[in-house]
Write a protein that binds this ligand. Structure first.
Ligand code: NAP
Length: 290
């Protein structure tokens, strides 16, 4: 179902572990030129060595950035822009869960900053390189957990209201609302924007919170018989990045390579517009504002 990606530049955030790492290997196998990003140089170098071993892979480079820090997102965008005249596929995949409230160096709650604001900022800073592609695909990794979120973004950003599940669910809802709103704002251009739920995948997600928290996450899907390998979890991302069947498709949400419905609130256009405006304010940007 995947097409070739020979000659196409694919940027993947969070490529050093789990789903992003598996997606990088699969996209390399389809011939892509890979820009792999993560915050750990050693893991990045290991991955570059691995993908370059596949003779099908175009080229592979690792760029380090901690996406929870806006200065580093800006530096990453600048490094990508200086390296590539165009980006054909941008995969907004990096993500994290935090059991306790934490502020980033920009004094923003860490889950929202890492999962949503980072990708909002990166995508908008890469818009002209996406516009330079013949047909650019932006793929944002959301989650089925968005379904339990009510979109009380401002409330969850405050220490006294912090709820780890709500914070994560809201960040994944924000991913989805961003993907849809971007699709509306770039409609009629060469850029498409879709979102994906990879399913329950055995990765390092949540390991930062300790083994018990991590086992709770993995055990939940394992008990339901739905725990996927990272390779399986990456398949829908790779499908969205490469399949000719997705050409021109935009503003959709995919699970197991099929379009699915997302929650009612994720489709609330006024709420998405408000989230866009507050994300612009929180990142100091003024792009595609209307
Ligand atoms: N696993 C699941 O069941 C599941 C289900 C639904 C959705 N998702 C989503 O899938 C995506 C990938 O997660 P995963 O499950 O593959 O987890 P993972 O194994 O923990 O991988 C997450 C990736 O994001 C990177 N990352 C985290 N915080 C970062 C930061 N501040 N700056 C830069 N990179 C950062 C990690 O870097 P390090 O290698 O340095 O840690 C890693 O490369 C996430 O968006 C997650 O929300 C996962």
């Amino acid at each position: 179902m995947g097409g070739t990606l020979k000659g196409k530049t694919c940027v993947i955030t969070g490529a050093t572990s789990g789903i992003g790492r598996a997606a990088a290997v699969q996209l390399g196998g389809l011939g892509a030129d890979l820009i792999l990003t993560g915050r750990d140089r050693r893991k990045g170098a290991d991955l570059v060595r691995k993908v370059r071993r596949d003779p099908a892979c175009g080229s592979a480079h690792f760029l380090r950035a901690d996406l929870s820090i806006q200065r580093e997102v800006r530096e990453l965008a600048a490094a990508i822009r200086s390296r590539c005249a165009r980006v054909d596929v941008l995969i907004n995949n990096a993500g994290a869960r935090f059991d306790t409230f934490r502020l980033t160096t920009d004094t923003i709650e860490s889950t929202f900053a890492t999962n949503h604001l980072s990708h909002f900022l990166l995508t908008l800073l890469l818009l002209d390189t996406l516009r330079a592609a013949e047909a650019a695909r932006v793929i944002t990794v959301s989650s089925g957990t968005h379904g339990g979120a009510i979109g009380d973004f401002e409330r969850q950003l405050r220490r006294e209201n912090y709820d780890r599940k709500a914070a994560y669910g809201n960040s994944k809802l924000a991913n989805l609302m961003f993907a849809y709103e971007l699709a509306r704002r770039v409609k009629g251009t060469n850029i498409t924007s879709n979102a994906v739920d990879p399913g329950g995948v055995a990765t390092n997600l949540g390991r930062n919170n300790g083994i018990v928290s991590w086992l709770r996450h993995v055990g939940y899907y394992a008990l339901k018989g739905e725990l996927l390998s990272p390779e399986k979890g990456a398949e829908t991302i790779v499908f969205l990045a490469s399949s000719p069947a997705i050409e021109g498709v935009s503003g959709k949400y995919y699970f197991r390579k099929r379009e699915i419905e997302s929650s009612g609130i994720s489709k609330d256009e006024a709420a998405a517009k408000r989230l866009w405006e507050s994300s612009l304010r929180m990142t100091g940007l003024d792009y595609l504002s209307k």
